[in-house]
Ligand binder design. Structure first.
Ligand code: DAH
Length: 347
């Protein structure tokens, strides 16, 4: 091996030692730089004859090219290694199992409520919202409750430590029925003095409160109040409307309704609405879903309307009750315990 071959070999070794591009540039300078060995060899040719210069020059050039080739090879090797390291470091295993971040969902009672709202909206009813902390007048008096009616008692109704304008304690509304009167009064005011008042058709869903707690009663529960008042609205309209609603809500025509005589101070006559499914686990049993009745003339008067001219019906249904029947839940308390194992089944 001559001196030039040895030089190429030692450049190859020096380049192989370099582990980074900066180290490689330093190693390159030893061979190809201004004061590198190739340059020194070139300078050493000054004393040679023209003939000798030709052969020697060609040999040095060949060595220089071989060293450049070694350099290029090592550069490429270092770049490949850097890329391989980066790929390794940033590797993604797309086959790994992943955890879906849950986006949450509507509570089953809210799902039922939204369903009820959609169905009644489609039947031309307005959907109204009202206060959960009520005055004595709206919760009881306006609804024709006598002053000593048991619903007013502390055993049945939660009271708030604040008094209304009449000096009576405010209550957590024990039903959504106050919304009948609130909505109807606003409607009557709006059309006061006009020859014609459009019918009042509204539902008012929301939270209600009673001193009660067991498998079918919760101190906080949900109702929706319905009201339809006009010049010629009858019990027949209530029956047709409620059957339409029940069939839409339960997505079934295989059910029957029964209007069972009952008593409420704010309706006369009054009826409980029972439902019976013809199929499924509850088939054949009458289940109570709503109170209802023809609005009492005194209540119509309290709405600011003339009971000689306006008549109609009202109803108040349990939303939790309807949700239990629709989803096959047998204990009301499950809705309010916040257990995700239960709640996530409805998403
Ligand atoms: N407010 C009654 C209750 O909570 C339900 C009810 C019955 C509402 C008859 C009505 C009705 O509007 O006409 O038990």
């Amino acid at each position: 091996m001559d001196e030039l071959d040895t030089l190429v070999e030692s450049s190859r070794n020096a380049f192989a030692q370099a582990q980074t591009p900066a180290e490689l540039e330093n190693a390159k300078a030893q061979f190809l730089g201004k004061s590198g060995q190739i340059t020194a060899l070139m300078k050493g040719m000054a004393a040679l004859t023209v003939e000798e210069k030709k052969t020697r020059g060609a040999a040095i050039n060949a060595a220089k090219q071989a060293i450049e080739a070694c350099l290029a090879e090592r550069r490429q090797a270092l770049a490949d290694a850097a890329l391989a390291r980066q790929l390794q470091a940033e590797a993604l295993d797309v086959t790994l199992p992943y955890h879906l971040r849950s986006t949450g969902g509507l509570h089953p009672v809210m799902r039922a409520q939204e369903r009820i709202e959609a169905i009644f909206s489609s039947m031309g009813f307005d959907v109204a919202d009202g206060p959960e902390i009520e005055t004595d007048w709206y919760s009881f008096t306006a609804l024709n409750n006598p002053p000593n009616h048991p619903a007013r008692s502390m055993q049945d109704t939660f009271y708030v430590d604040l008094k209304d304008a009449d000096g009576l304690p405010l209550n957590l509304r024990p039903h959504t029925s106050p919304m009948q009167v609130r909505y109807a009064r606003a409607h009557a005011r709006k059309y006061a003095g006009q020859a014609h008042m459009p019918d009042i058709r509204v539902i008012a869903p929301g939270r209600t409160y009673r001193v009660d707690s067991d498998a079918t009663h919760s101190p906080m529960f949900h109702q929706f109040e319905g009201l339809w008042i006009g010049e010629n609205v009858s019990f027949k309209d209530l029956k047709v409307m409620y059957l339409d609603f029940a069939q839409a809500f339960f997505e079934s025509r295989a059910l029957q309704l029964r209007f069972r005589p009952s008593y409420f101070p704010f309706t006369e006559p009054s009826a409980e609405i029972d439902i019976m499914f013809e199929h499924g686990p509850l088939a054949g049993r009458w289940l109570e879903v709503s109170g209802s009745g023809q609005v009492h003339p005194q209540v119509v008067r309290n709405m600011g309307l003339d009971p000689e001219r306006y008549i109609g019906f009202a109803f108040g249904s349990g939303i939790d009750r309807l949700a239990m029947l629709r989803y096959g839940v047998n204990d009301l308390r499950l809705f309010f315990e916040g257990d995700l194992r239960f709640l996530s089944q409805f998403q």
